[in-house]
Design a protein around this ligand. Structure first.
Ligand code: HEC
Ligand code: HEC
Length: 378
């Protein structure tokens, strides 16, 4: 739990709190109204189908909701912070445990072992952990994942933090569950080239491991495809991003962030409009959006899952995001500065671009630095 100690608050820290709690009511209301009209005009230009109008209506409600929360707050700084606290507060340790520890500890331990076991791959040279490395935020530090043939795969390796809460998996959301998702890399000739007809006997030959299977699954005490999948998924669900300074800050410890980081938060929830998609304690809406990245090759993406344009991808969690660069589905943005530069100055205006995106953000160098500093606290 969060330890709070008493300390004298310095002037600069007081300033940080003041900056962050400036009444951003006006900014947010303007932003929402602008988004609303932008969207209205776009829909008008296309076609006046009732579906579009229904969407517009939903968007209108969306635009009024948070701003009315502000309006109700007036300039009360306390209430404003309280509002964001509701949005971002990390669940209690108990609630997190309830969510992730649905499987027995024996199953999770087995899953963790299998996650790093190269015997799951065709050439026994790769495991899940080869690409999802815990020391790199469960990613691999590469622009795009390395295929077995030595060439880059199509996509960047995403973090596995907080997948227990995920609604769909992969950048395009094509897998509905962790169990379904893992068959992709496991069986793909380019990723692990595994084959259960080989994997099962290979693991059975290891007496120690077989005993571990028997302990984990007493009702069905064998090495089997089903048990391998169940154990891996159980382990994946326990991968939760650690509590950070941001959590202490949003829970009420005003000294946990520097003034620059707190100013970054203000941009995130205000002018930057980032919170429109990166909301909740995981900083994701689990939705699919086109954020105007330059796409040299037409991408096959979330057409099915997100039912949007060709360039829509899943909003990633931003928890522990400092660890898992390069960023985006194609790894095209090297570091957090390049991400912020993209949102500020690099968005390609095109059909399908998400209406919730700030189109002409143009942050100053200082604002960019603050936003990056904030992202690094997550
Ligand atoms: C060659 C590198 C590589 C290996 C090996 C690998 N992955 Fe991945 N993983 C990726 C890439 C790349 C993606 C994104 C795929 C996409 O969007 O099309 C991904 C996506 C995922 C996701 C989706 C995460 C999300 O938030 O949507 C999960 C879960 C996952 N992998 C688990 C595993 C498991 C379990 C294994 C082992 C059985 C594994 N991966 C092996 C590279 C790899
Ligand atoms: C319209 C919804 C939306 C808004 C608004 C938005 N994002 Fe994103 N964000 C996404 C999506 C979707 C992706 C993944 C896009 C892709 O890979 O094609 C993403 C990716 C990211 C990533 C990369 C994470 C990773 O693991 O690769 C970071 C960092 C990020 N956003 C920060 C921000 C910041 C900062 C802002 C505000 C300036 C912002 N986002 C505004 C939807 C949004």
């Amino acid at each position: 739990m969060i330890a709070r100690q008493k300390r004298v608050i310095s002037e600069s820290e007081k300033r940080a709190v003041r900056i962050m709690t400036l009444p951003s009511t006006k900014i947010v209301v303007c932003l929402r109204v602008r988004h609303f009209f932008q969207y209205l005009i776009e829909s008008w230009q296309k076609h006046g189908q009732w579906v579009k109008w229904a969407l517009v209506l939903v968007l209108l409600c969306f635009s009024l909701l948070p701003s009315s929360a502000y309006a109700a707050d007036g300039s009360s700084q306390k209430n404003l912070l309280e509002f964001w606290r509701q949005v971002f507060l990390r669940p209690s340790d108990g609630a997190i445990q309830d969510k992730v520890s649905t499987a027995k500890p024996d199953i999770v331990t087995l899953g963790e072992r299998l996650f790093g076991d190269t015997r799951l791959s065709g050439n026994e040279n790769r495991s899940c952990a080869s690409c999802h490395d815990s020391s790199q935020g469960f990613s691999d530090g590469r622009k795009r994942a390395l295929g077995l043939d030595g060439f880059d795969l199509a996509r960047n390796t995403p973090t596995l933090y907080n997948v227990a809460w995920g609604k769909s998996f992969n950048w395009d959301g094509r897998a509905a569950s962790l169990e379904e998702q893992m068959l992709g890399p496991l069986l793909s000739k380019k990723e692990m080239a595994g084959d259960f007809d080989e994997i099962v006997p290979r693991l059975k030959a290891d007496a120690n491991l077989s005993r571990q299977f028997a302990r984990a699954f007493p009702e069905n005490p064998i090495v089997s495809q089903e048990n391998i999948i169940a154990a891996l998924a159980a382990f994946e669900r326990t991968i939760v991003s650690p509590e950070t300074r941001f959590d202490r800050w949003i829970a009420g410890d005003e000294r946990a962030l520097t003034s620059s980081e707190a100013a970054g938060f203000k941009i995130f929830v205000g002018k930057g409009g980032c919170v429109a998609c990166h909301s909740g304690w995981r900083f994701t809406d689990d939705g699919f959006h086109d954020i105007g990245l330059l796409l040299p090759v037409p991408e096959i993406s979330a057409v099915e899952a997100g039912k949007k344009g060709v360039a829509s991808f899943k909003t990633p969690t931003l928890r522990s995001v400092r660890m898992s660069g390069p960023y985006m589905h194609d790894g095209s943005l090297e570091n957090l500065s390049s991400v912020v530069d993209h949102y500020s100055d690099g968005i390609e205006i095109r059909k399908g671009l998400d209406a919730l995106l700030q189109r002409n953000l143009k942050l100053s160098a200082e604002e960019k630095a603050n936003l990056v500093a904030f992202l690094e606290t997550l």
